[in-house]
Design a protein around this ligand. Structure first.
Ligand code: LMR
Length: 327
């Protein structure tokens, strides 16, 4: 090869290497940027773009701009997006064991959730999505859910015949059926309109989702029920991970770990802040339950645990319940 040709070849190689080196991760999610999930995604982007020296770029698509969570799993497996953080409730079709997280009144607070998720059983559960081509990068917190409605909801009898939006989860359907309500499975992106047009009577969400989606502006009553959990798993696909060189795979894991820790550190603060903003807004009356009222809910919904025991495993339910005792 003469000099001119070899310079040309080197230039061509450099261009190809550069083109190959740039990887874009599309991170699709369905909530607002100023939520635990939105903040986690932003932190992930910052870490990975900086530490890869720009070789990996992250484009975040919040607020169901690209996909809702019912479609995002397919999109991930098809390679149309590379990262997502669906709620645990939406993983039912990958693994029935994850349904443990939807059991009503299982965790007394987020410390119990944290203890269970970081336990051996909690970590084993994460792996149950892997045979489906999904890589679970870690649990991410949002918080406990509250009922919101057009009418005051104080005791289970107040639910009779009311239509409540739920996520794609059979356990959540059973939870509402246990108190005589009518569960309606709908994507998160449709909830505001459904509430506004009164096609449904209520919904269950953590404070951060109620506030950031402005549900409180059209729901005159919010019951501080803390009746269940809304947490996530941050996921990518095995085929995407396999397409990356080892150092970039390690970077994705490292950035996800740090961003999840950051999001988890913010989750309680964001939920408390948003609860206060809802109170200050004056749109909704916040209903606090007395211990007796709370007991009525627990008694009415607890049979749901037994209903799903075969699918989840009695051992998994027992381990989750035991996490309420501080070690
Ligand atoms: C929902 O559909 O209610 C949740 O999955 C929303 C969220 O926080 O992702």
């Amino acid at each position: 090869m003469n000099m001119k040709k070899s310079i040309l070849a080197a230039a061509l190689l450099a261009t190809m290497t550069y083109a190959n080196a740039e990887t874009t991760i599309k991170f699709s999610h369905i909530v607002a940027p100023d939520t635990p999930k939105g903040q986690m995604a932003q932190k992930f982007k910052e870490i990975i773009e900086e530490r890869s020296n720009g070789d990996i770029k992250v484009d975040i698509f919040p607020n169901s701009q690209l996909y809702n969570d019912n479609k995002v799993l397919e999109a991930l497996l098809l390679g149309d997006v590379q990262m997502a953080a669906p709620s645990l409730s939406k993983l039912q079709r990958l693994t029935t064991k994850m349904q443990v997280y939807d059991l009503p009144f299982l965790f007394k607070d987020m410390d119990a959730v944290e203890r269970f998720q970081s336990s051996e059983v909690g970590q084993e559960l994460l792996k149950t999505v892997e045979p489906k081509g999904i890589v679970a990068l870690g649990y991410l917190h949002n918080g406990l859910k509250q009922f919101s409605a057009n009418d005051p909801i104080r005791v289970p009898a107040d639910m009779d015949g009311k239509k409540f939006r739920i996520q794609q989860s059979d356990v959540l359907a059973s939870q509402f059926e246990a108190v005589g309500a009518v569960p309606i499975k709908k994507p998160f992106s449709e909830v505001y309109t459904l509430l506004q047009t009164k096609a449904i009577d209520g919904a269950e969400n953590p404070w951060s989702n109620i506030y950031s989606q402005k549900f409180h502006e059209i729901q005159p009553y919010i019951t501080e029920s803390n009746n269940g959990l809304l947490d996530y798993v941050v996921i990518t696909s095995k085929s995407f991970m396999d397409s990356l060189p080892e150092d970039q795979q390690a970077l994705v894991r490292e950035a996800a770990d740090e961003a999840i820790a950051y999001g988890n550190g913010l989750a309680a603060e964001i939920n408390n802040r948003d609860k206060q903003s809802i109170i200050d807004s004056g749109y909704s009356e916040i209903i606090e339950l007395t211990p007796e009222e709370r007991k009525q809910w627990v008694d009415a919904m607890r049979p749901v645990w037994k209903q799903y025991e075969d699918q989840i495993g009695a051992d998994v339910i027992a381990a989750a319940e035991a996490s309420n005792e501080a070690q």
